[in-house]
Design a protein around this ligand. Structure first.
Ligand SMILES: Cc1cc2nc3c(=O)[nH]c(=O)nc-3n(C[C@H](O)[C@H](O)[C@H](O)COP(=O)(O)OP(=O)(O)OC[C@H]3O[C@@H](n4cnc5c(N)ncnc54)[C@H](O)[C@@H]3O)c2cc1C
Length: 363
């Protein structure tokens, strides 16, 4: 009876367990999870106002309920149990630990107060045990660095009214903090232009439909863009962004959400707290600065090292060749390919690793 250890109970670990349990008769799968609860970013990343996306946990739970699958919570591999011990106990060891650490900007002032990584920040509004004490101080002017959906999630979570948050899955403390902040401006910075942004249309459209927010993009961000040359999905994103460039629409008392494209962060200044983000126009090199009370960096994540597991210091994830770390040891999900891709992407990747494992174990 083959024995398999999967480290991490996020989507990739659970999808892999599901396929292996279905296809390998008599397999025994232990899933090690460092937290008291399973499901990884499906509950601690996915925004709490998107309950339909979180519904995937129903499917993941069905896998954990299978008799071939045993979830071992509160057990951190590398601290409570070593990599060497796992290798000696199981026929196969598969890492599915994600990429939990925020990447650093690498500019001066990054360690000032009120500068937060998006991992820490999204864990806070998702009431993750690691972010209990964060209590972010946001002020009136919030900056967000990043041009992906995580940046839009954060802007939307902050700009929604208490009424719009009624259906959001929030603890009373987070609900109160979101209802009582005094945010007037949210600035979203990206180093490159609108055609390089990785936003998706539903998230962008949702931002434009908020009751108490007005989204702005400077019309000159679109100079030189020929939308006809772009794939249809990207054309739609650009059209949505262009609709935010209509400066004639009144703003009244709404929270202003301003996109700053071609804005390379150069440094952060302030006494103890952040006061300014200094940026450089990526095209012209012209310097500028934006006054801010807080800043959230949404520029990607990295996989933390685990003692003994080969690591790629350049790519900031485990070192592997086509998922194989060393004989009998594999990786899957964000710790395999880096922090890219939505939940279903992990399913197809888990499927291809499962095929490989089944072939090996049935040989
Ligand atoms: C802020 C944010 C919002 C997102 N929103 C969406 C969305 O709306 N829709 C969508 O489809 N995708 C979304 N994604 C992407 C999606 O969450 C990922 O594709 C997916 O969660 C990656 O799965 P994973 O299993 O590789 O990693 P994770 O989900 O990170 O799971 C890793 C698990 O391993 C555990 N672990 C870590 N280290 C150890 C250790 N040493 N020992 C034991 N256990 C350990 C962790 O606690 C965690 O449970 C979002 C991502 C982020 C960051």
């Amino acid at each position: 009876m083959p024995s398999i250890a999967i480290i991490g109970s996020g989507p990739s670990g659970c999808f892999l367990a599901e396929i292996l349990a279905l296809k390998l008769p008599e397999v025994s799968i232990d899933i090690y999870e460092r937290l008291p609860h399973p499901f990884g970013l499906a509950v601690s990343g996915v925004a709490p106002d998107h309950p339909h996306t979180r519904k995937v946990t129903d499917q993941l739970q069905r896998t954990l309920d299978r008799e071939e699958v045993n979830l071992i919570c509160n057990t951190q591999v590398g601290s409570h149990i070593s990599y060497e011990t796992l290798k000696s106990r199981y026929d196969r060891v598969i890492f599915a630990v994600g990429a939990e650490q925020d990447r650093q900007l690498g500019i001066s002032g990054e360690n000032l107060s009120n500068v937060y990584g998006s991992g820490a920040f999204t864990r806070w509004y998702n009431s993750h045990p690691d972010a209990q004490g964060l209590n972010p101080s946001l002020g009136k002017k919030v900056g967000i660095i990043g041009n992906g959906n995580v940046a839009l999630d954060i802007a939307r979570m902050l700009a929604k009214t208490a009424e719009e948050h009624q259906q959001s899955d929030l603890t009373p403390q987070v609900r109160e903090a979101l209802a009582n902040h005094s945010i007037e401006e949210i600035h979203i910075f990206g180093r490159r232009g609108p055609t390089d942004a990785s936003f998706t249309l539903p998230e962008l459209t949702e931002l434009g439909n908020l009751a108490n927010a007005r989204v702005r993009v400077s019309p000159d961000a679109f100079a030189g863009i020929d939308t006809n040359q772009l794939p249809i999905s990207q054309q739609k994103v650009i059209q949505q962004l262009q609709s935010f460039a209509d400066l004639s629409i009144a703003t009244s008392n709404k929270i202003q959400i301003q996109f700053h494209f071609f804005a390379t962060p150069e440094s952060i200044s302030g006494k103890d707290n952040i006061e300014h983000l200094h940026i450089k126009d990526t095209r012209s090199g012209q310097a500028d600065s934006v006054q801010l009370d807080s800043l959230i960096t949404a520029i990607g994540y990295q996989t933390p090292k685990i003692e003994g597991v080969p690591y790629d210091d350049l790519k900031k994830r485990f070192a592997h060749t086509d998922s194989l770390i060393e004989p009998g040891v594999y990786c899957v999900g964000w710790c395999q390919r880096g922090p890219q891709g939505v939940i279903p992407t992990n399913r197809s990747e888990a499927m291809s690793l499962a095929r490989k494992l089944i072939k090996e174990l049935e040989a």
